[in-house]
Design a protein around this ligand. Sequence first.
Ligand SMILES: NC(=O)C1=CN([C@@H]2O[C@H](COP(=O)(O)OP(=O)(O)OC[C@H]3O[C@@H](n4cnc5c(N)ncnc54)[C@H](OP(=O)(O)O)[C@@H]3O)[C@@H](O)[C@H]2O)C=CC1
Ligand SMILES: Cc1cc2nc3c(=O)[nH]c(=O)nc-3n(C[C@H](O)[C@H](O)[C@H](O)COP(=O)(O)O)c2cc1C
Ligand SMILES: C=C(C)CCOP(=O)(O)OP(=O)(O)O
Ligand SMILES: [Mg+2]
Length: 349
Amino acid sequence: MNLPTSTSAQTQNRKADHIRICLEEDVQCQQVTNGLESYRFTHCCLPECDRNDIDISSNFFGRNLGAPLLISSMTGGTEQAGIINQRLAAVAQHYKLAMGVGSQRVAVEKPQVADTFAIRRYAPDVLLFANLGAVQLNYQYGVDECLRIIDILEADALILHLNPLQECIQTKGDTNFRGLLDKISKLCNQLPVPVIAKEVGNGISATMAEKLIAVGVAAIDVAGAGGTSWAKVESERAENALQYRLGRTFADWGLPTAECITGIRAIAPKIPLIASGGLRHGLDAAKAIALGADLAGLAMPFLQAAADSEAAVYELAEVLIAEITTVLFCTGNANLYQLKHTGSLQRLQ
Ligand SMILES: NC(=O)C1=CN([C@@H]2O[C@H](COP(=O)(O)OP(=O)(O)OC[C@H]3O[C@@H](n4cnc5c(N)ncnc54)[C@H](OP(=O)(O)O)[C@@H]3O)[C@@H](O)[C@H]2O)C=CC1
Ligand SMILES: Cc1cc2nc3c(=O)[nH]c(=O)nc-3n(C[C@H](O)[C@H](O)[C@H](O)COP(=O)(O)O)c2cc1C
Ligand SMILES: C=C(C)CCOP(=O)(O)OP(=O)(O)O
Ligand SMILES: [Mg+2]
């Protein structure tokens, strides 16, 4: 068991840096895409239904959702982060979207900031996900810390993020990933809520998903390549030339989101599956769902909106919902079940 690497002040500063860099710098992948541009819906010129009757409601872990959308795990731990979480939670509640908070390691290290994650009061009916880096299980964290962070937001599930590349580039990153599958297995057995394994923009392969599912993980969020590059974000925080260089070299590393979804669905037809990583509009979300995902997660677009205003987050949710609804209408599908099962999405040659 290793000792913690960064101090609580450093962890808190990192949270502020992540928001600032994401908002101010170009941190999108450079060449690699989410892979969804290789697919196209077949247009239906006569949908034979009323657009007003289209149903994009869904269900995940037993909670009803107004749309198959997740506000991906992002933040908490600073005053600004608390405001962002509050704005996102209000909109999640209004549209019944699922929502995750950012890593709660900072709240374990500094309990005074736990309040910035406490969004259940704004989102009483929402599917909420707590968040912690799996690697923390090798740095003195265990079931007690997980129970504490689940409790802060009365979470429906715990996301364990897997971010080996990011930790390689980060100043004082935690890079001892030895024996984590076994520790995840034990945690899955001990927690009262399901555990979700999630990457942060480099993707989860079918092989790794199979191992994670075998040890008890209840859902996978692929968080594939093609969107926000955490190698690039950390290179913007580099304290030396090596870190900067690593971040630039690995800017496009990872498995594109579309590949992760199709690969995992092929080996695990029933596992609750979240598509994320580079989804930028409702058409991306609809393609990910037609490929087999149950939910579509977006991080960066929600951060940009929330940094602006709560009204901007409402506007974004409206647009995403309208885009998904339009896909269903123009493919002649009345609900998400039909979208997934009628072969409306074609792979381009
Ligand atoms: N008509 C129905 O019986 C149901 C309809 N729905 C609707 O499906 C959409 C997606 O919901 P979600 O929970 O994400 O769905 P899923 O695609 O995840 O399906 C959930 C379960 O319900 C079954 N199911 C869903 N829709 C239908 C249907 N039209 N006909 C027959 N069986 C169906 C599925 O059967 P399998 O995957 O084994 O084929 C599956 O076991 C929503 O619009 C929801 O309102 C949801 C549940 C039941
Ligand atoms: C400001 C910011 C902070 C993030 N912090 C976390 C985090 O603490 N835990 C986590 O699992 N993912 C975190 N992410 C990663 C996202 O959840 C997502 O996996 C990744 O950004 C790719 O999605 P995108 O292309 O839609 O941004 C963060 C993303 C952003 C933009
Ligand atoms: C920001 C992302 C994508 C994941 C978490 O990053 P950190 O490595 O800063 O998270 P903690 O160590 O604070 O858990
Ligand atoms: Mg970390």
